[in-house]
Write a protein that binds this ligand. Structure first.
Ligand SMILES: *[C@@H]1O[C@H](CO)[C@@H](O)[C@H](O)[C@H]1NC(C)=O
Length: 330
């Protein structure tokens, strides 16, 4: 878990002009390439149908999965996220609070019985893990090499940025995706993929993040797992076609929900978290409209959470709930 502290996060407005022009140039190159290809095909085939037009894209990522065994969550779907402990759910439970569509829970600490029970209760399960940071307390933590690790994460001194270009890191993440598939998660929520936006100590760039998301997305697709993009607003245009949803923290606080509206416009949900204590205004209305600082948040699946992402949650209709947490057993 890594709610970004003020000053972190993926902020287009903080990107240098040079980078902005780089992105614009790449986008332009892709459009020209796509037009050229389209013309070429058009000339060769005469009038063909345009059903493979998937909108804006960038070179590295495959198009939206044609694999219909991959879950495609709907815009506006209701959800809950609980990370510091596994949730406590009796295998014989007949309900869970809150009664929402989707649970985003830790991949490692939640037992198979919890995932199976959530499915029996009609819920979809998103399995959270950190894909871009080293955490010392995971079962596979010993497999990382010293050379894989960069600077500590701001606010999370135990965690270190990982080298997204490292084959060793990618192999470990492949295994994590295989674990998610084996546990029958419907989707994965790989965190900390925005090293480019932080002092990572490894020289990681946006392109490294795009390539890493490309790697994760194709592996996820091969395992019939949906995949979300955590924060990382600056790379949305490059990865959107291969990603099924966004998990966003604090776009109202940072006034950049508009960037994430790209997802809703592509009929993909934005699972949106705000931490009221961070902005010292705990009025639901501040986070649940789509004007003012929340401009662009129309259609977002908003939850108001404590900073540690425990069982407490509040929704835009004002209702609150607390999901029971259990002990970490592994
Ligand atoms: C998404 O669509 C809305 C409504 O048409 C528009 O205002 C907004 O600018 C779009 N977002 C992006 C990132 O293009």
């Amino acid at each position: 878990m890594k709610p970004s502290t003020a000053g972190g996060g993926s902020r287009w407005s903080r990107i240098s002009h040079k980078l902005k022009w780089t992105i614009i140039a790449i986008t332009a190159a892709v459009v020209i390439l796509a037009l050229g290809l389209g013309l070429g095909l058009g000339l060769t085939l005469g009038s063909s149908n345009d059903s493979d037009d998937t909108g804006p894209t960038a070179p590295p990522l495959p198009a939206t999965p044609s694999n219909d065994r991959i879950w495609t969550p709907a815009v506006g779907a209701s959800w809950q996220i609980i990370l510091p402990q596994p949730i406590k759910l009796d295998p014989l439970a007949t309900s869970i609070s809150p009664d929402v569509d989707i649970y985003d829970i830790d991949l490692f600490t939640n037992p198979q019985s919890t995932i199976d029970t959530l499915h029996r209760l009609g819920k979809k399960v998103i399995c959270y893990f950190s894909a871009g940071s080293y955490e010392p307390y995971r079962p596979d933590s010993g497999n990382f090499k010293d050379s894989d690790k960069g600077k500590s994460l701001d606010g999370w001194p135990d965690e270190k940025w990982l080298d997204l270009r490292s084959d060793n890191v990618r192999n470990i993440m492949s295994k994590r995706l295989e674990l998610a598939a084996a546990k029958k998660c419907d989707a994965i929520d790989p965190d900390n993929v925005d090293a480019f936006d932080n002092k990572n100590g490894l020289g990681l760039t946006k392109l490294d993040s795009v390539r890493f998301m490309s790697f994760l997305a194709s592996k996820a697709q091969s395992l019939n797992l949906a995949i979300g993009l955590k924060n990382a607003g600056a790379i949305i245009p490059s990865v959107l076609p291969a990603i099924q949803f966004s998990v966003n923290e604090q776009c109202v606080q940072y006034k950049d929900c508009q960037v994430f509206s790209n997802f809703v416009n592509a009929s993909k949900p934005v699972f949106h978290i705000e931490y009221p204590s961070q902005v010292k205004k705990d009025f639901v209305t501040n986070f649940c409209q789509d004007t003012g600082p929340a401009q662009g948040a129309h259609g977002f699946s908003t939850v108001i959470k404590n900073y540690n992402l425990d069982g407490w949650v509040q929704y835009c209709n004002g209702q609150t709930a607390t999901t029971q947490m259990g002990e970490t057993s592994s």
